[in-house]
Structures are given as C-alpha cells and as structure tokens.
Design a protein around this ligand. Structure first.
Ligand SMILES: Nc1ncnc2c1ncn2[C@@H]1O[C@H](COP(=O)(O)OP(=O)(O)O)[C@@H](O)[C@H]1O
Ligand SMILES: [Mg+2]
Length: 394
C-alpha cells in the first residue's frame, strides 16, 4: 500500500485539529502522520497515539515524526487500542467503491463509502472519555445523510465545524460527542456498548454490566412514536413480577436496560428440537399468555410472535418487546397465540416434529376461552398440546 502525501482534505482537517485537539489524542488511520504531528504541537495536548492498518505507514511515521509525546502503532481501527482518549481524529477512507476507478484501500470506504465510518463509530464510544470529542472528515461522495444517521444511531451528536468545496466534491468536518443516553449508561456502570439491531421504533444495543451481558433499548431518533420506551419499562417491570420477560435492570424515559437473553428464536427452536422439548416450550408460552391475560394487558402481535420469543437453555421461553402493551379488559394473548399455533405454516412445522394439533378443535376451544376467560377454559387449551398424538392413517 502506498504511503500518502497529505492533500487538501488533510490540511482542512489539520486546521480543526489545531483548534480543537486536547488532552490524550488518538489519530485513527494516521497515514502520513500529519494529524498526529499537528496535534502534538498544541499546548493543550498531552500525548498522541497514531494508528494505521498499514505497517509501512507506521514505520515511516516513526522515522519522520520524532516528537517525544507522539507514538505510533499498527491497528485495524480499534483492534489494538486499549485506552480511552479525549480527542479522536479520523480522516477515514470515504469514497464509494469504483469512484473514478480508484481501488486503493486507503481511499475506498466500502461499497457505498460510509462503511468504514460505520465500523469506527460503532465502538468509538468505548475509547472516548466522557467529555471526549471526535473530529471526523468526510466528503459529499460519502452520503452525508447516512453519516448523520450512523452518528445518531450510535448515541452520538455531531456539529459541522468546517465545509469546503474542492472541484467536484465538498468536504465536511464534524465534531462529534457522546449523547446524554451514552453518558447516563456509563454512570450506571454499563460498558462495552455496541449496536445490536435496528427496529422501526427502537434501537437495541448490547453492553456489559459487571460481568453480565445486557440489552439496552433506546428510542430510534428517526421514529415519531412517543412514549414507547416508558411503556416498555413500565410493563416489563409488571411482567417481571410474574416471571415474564428479561429481568429489568434500569428504566428511564429515554432507555431501558434488561438482561440479554442467549437463546434461539422460537421458530429456529421448533426447527431444531424434538417433540418433548417443543411441547414443553409451547405449554410454557401458553402459561405466560394466560398470566398476561390475567394481568389485563394486551401485549399485541402474539399471532406472529416469531421475533419476540427467545428460548433459553432448559426449554425456557422468554418474551421480549413490551412497547405495545396496553390495558385491556379482554386481552387477546392466549387467543392470538392459539391463532399462531393453528396457522398453516406453524401447524405444518409442528406436524413435521410429530406434534399434530387439531386445528379446528383448538380454534373452537380458543373461541370458548374468548367468551369466558376462565381457568377451566384455559386448561382445555393447555390440554390440547398434550393430546397431540399422531393421527392414525386410514
Ligand atoms: N433481552 C434481549 N436479549 C436478546 N436479544 C434481544 C433482547 N431484546 C431485544 N433483542 C433483539 O432485538 C430485536 C428487537 O428488539 P425489540 O424489543 O423487538 O425492539 P423493536 O421491535 O423496537 O426493534 C429482537 O427481535 C431481538 O432479536
Ligand atoms: Mg419488536
């Protein structure tokens, strides 16, 4: 890989480094070392570490930049970085693949240009002190909206501090800091935060609290739904009293923290386990549905719960996602779950495992239960699962 001479973008970023770098500085993807060298000249800077994936670049920086407070190390993004910093500088590869026929890894940021920025931002918070700042440069070729989204979806906030047009592209420099939620989570002792999944309304992160893996649900800043996180916290707490749902650890209007569930999604479980285990899980699910009915809460969507039941070791199904919960005098949890068991896809899947559900009978029992949600009527439904003997062929 070629070692690059600094160009326009480097000089533009260096001007902001001069102004904003302070304390302990990390120069990510240091290349020629220009940002590291610039930072080291500031009286507000105490030390500088420059890292790059390219060994030649690191060797040449070590030779050419003999400043006593600067050191260099080979690292693929944060792979070898073990400390936290006050300032992280990043002039990333930001061009989309095939841009102007360029193939060089030091310039191409992935198929669409922003992928390297995404990988960087995903874990950057773990290397940034509470009031730390990131200085990030990118170009109009990078998809600015996407960069903005990546930043807010990883619990950061950004401010544009420089913008300049160079012939066919415009360059931007952002100063980025952790948002309030990330700082609040840190105060609660949660570390190693990293994004896990993106839903329509919520963003799920994982983290560590003491030695326990936790899930963190935060409102998706893009979503217009209001109050969902509060509902999640309130109902999860209530459900926990009946041993339902992952154990809630913290709830605030902006986020909830609960135990991470290691396991299999319900349909993967059905596909990979045997009759006895599946029956046990289905019965336990029905019992949880019954408990929710008795709580007079509708969880919603229990007729297609495939993303919301995780089965832990020991055949223990755990329900997740309580943000649609609402009070109801005639909750539909049991009946919706029966609907799920009798849909043709699931009943065929179960039949392949030797669990023959009499669809008409279960539907009729569910209707009876719907009319009167009594223990007796529920028991009849539960018994259906035990009575599922393979049909005799005629
Ligand atoms: N406690 C948890 N343990 C493991 N995975 C979880 C947990 N909470 C959520 N997830 C994962 O995140 C996904 C989305 O969570 P969910 O609560 O349904 O939020 P949303 O529907 O808003 O995206 C789930 O389908 C599941 O894969
Ligand atoms: Mg969901």
């Amino acid at each position: 890989m070629a070692v690059y001479e600094p160009s326009d973008d480097s000089f533009m970023l260096a001007r902001t480094v001069k102004k904003f770098a302070r304390g302990k500085v990390l120069d990510m993807g240091t290349g020629s070392g220009i940002q590291a060298e610039t930072a080291a000249l500031s009286k507000d800077v105490t030390s500088v570490l420059g890292v790059d994936i390219d060994r030649e670049a690191i060797e040449s920086c070590r030779k050419n930049i003999p400043n006593g407070i600067v050191s260099f190390m080979k690292s693929n993004l944060f792979s070898e970085v073990k400390e936290k910093f006050d300032t992280i500088i990043f002039n990333p590869p930001y061009l989309p693949k095939g841009h102007d026929g360029i193939e060089d890894l030091a310039l191409i940021g992935g198929k669409r240009g922003w992928e390297t920025i995404d990988s960087f931002i995903r874990t950057a918070g773990n290397y940034l002190n509470t009031n730390g700042k990131i200085l990030l440069l990118f170009s109009s070729h990078t998809d600015k909206e996407r960069v903005d989204q990546i930043i807010i979806e990883n619990m950061f906030e950004a401010e544009e501090i420089a913008r300049k047009r160079f012939f066919y592209e415009e360059l931007f420099v952002y100063i980025i800091h952790r948002n309030e939620v990330m700082n609040d989570l840190e105060k609660l002792g949660i570390t190693d935060i990293s994004r896990f999944s993106r839903g329509k309304r919520g963003l799920i992160f994982t983290g560590m609290k003491k030695k326990q893996k936790v899930a963190i649900k935060v409102k998706n800043p893009v979503s217009k739904a209001i109050g969902r996180i509060e509902i999640e916290g309130r109902w999860l707490k209530a459900a926990n009293k009946n041993n339902i749902g992952p154990i809630l650890l913290h709830a605030s209007p902006d986020f909830v923290v609960y135990k991470f569930i290691e396991g299999m999604m319900i349909e993967d479980f059905i596909l990979s386990k045997h009759k006895k285990d599946i029956k046990m899980v289905l019965k336990r699910m029905l019992e949880q549905m019954r408990a929710l009915d008795l709580m007079r809460v509708d969880k919603e969507e229990m007729h297609h719960p495939f993303k919301h039941i995780i089965v832990k070791k020991g055949n223990l199904p755990v329900l997740i996602d309580f943000e649609r919960c609402h009070v109801s005098l005639k909750p539909k949890n049991v009946t919706q779950f029966c609907q799920y068991l009798t849909n043709s896809y699931i009943s065929n899947l179960l039949a392949e495992e030797g669990i023959m559900i009499d669809r008409e009978r279960l539907q009729s029992n569910a209707r009876t239960y719907k009319g009167e949600q009594s223990d007796e009527n529920f028991q009849v439904i539960l018994d259906e699962i035990d009575n599922t003997v393979p049909k005799k062929s005629v």
